[in-house]
Design a protein. Structure first.
Length: 198
């Protein structure tokens, strides 16, 4: 029986979760099976159950790992003492880099979370709602201070997150600019739309 091959920096469980994120993105959570995950990892299906008990548990791990990273980052930004536009830019850059560098997991947490089982579904839905509310509050603070143009903060967050979600198409492109160029282009477009017009 083949053993799960790991690197020094990665546990067997994390390797399975990373491989599952790739599989869930390609096939979708519902269509993916533990057997196909075993093939992705390179072991027999029975070996997976020594580390992960079920497919829904894997999805929960992916979604809450990603949520934790985003919540930690927004808290650091809220406490940074920087200007509102700097805070928004930092948050946008974090989102973009996550979509570039941690694409599989972020994609799955954004598209497949609806398949979470309770109580995790309700918890994750509430985390998403509160995160967007906190993002919108950063923009509202900028409006109140005269640093950001008069717009609806919730709409601004929706537009920015959907634009960043479009990085999926960049991953599929054969003739694409570098990740760094993509980040700078997106920041310029999104931040300029928030600035007060003189």
């Amino acid at each position: 029986m083949a053993r799960i091959k790991i690197s020094k920096e990665e546990s067997r469980k994390e390797l399975i979760i990373r491989s599952a994120a790739t599989l869930f993105r390609k096939k979708g959570f519902k269509a993916a099976s533990m057997r196909s995950l075993a093939e992705e990892v390179g072991v027999e299906a029975s070996s997976l159950y020594n580390h992960i008990h079920s497919k829904p548990i894997i999805l929960k791990e992916i979604c809450f790992q990603v949520a934790s990273q985003f919540l930690n980052e927004i808290q650091k930004i809220e406490e940074s003492g920087a200007s509102t536009l700097e805070n928004v830019e930092s948050l946008i850059r974090f989102h973009i880099r996550q979509m570039i560098e941690n694409f599989e997991k972020v994609y799955v947490s954004d598209r497949e979370w609806r398949y979470l089982q309770e109580p995790f579904l309700s918890q994750f839905r509430e985390q998403r709602r509160l995160y967007r509310k906190r993002f919108a509050q950063i923009i509202q603070d900028g409006i109140d201070r005269g640093q950001i143009t008069q717009i609806d903060p919730a709409t601004a967050v929706l537009i920015m997150l959907h634009a960043i979600g479009g990085i999926e198409a960049w991953h599929r492109s054969k003739n694409k600019i570098s990740g760094r160029e993509l980040e700078e282009n997106m920041v310029a477009i999104l931040i300029n739309g928030l600035k007060m017009k003189i």
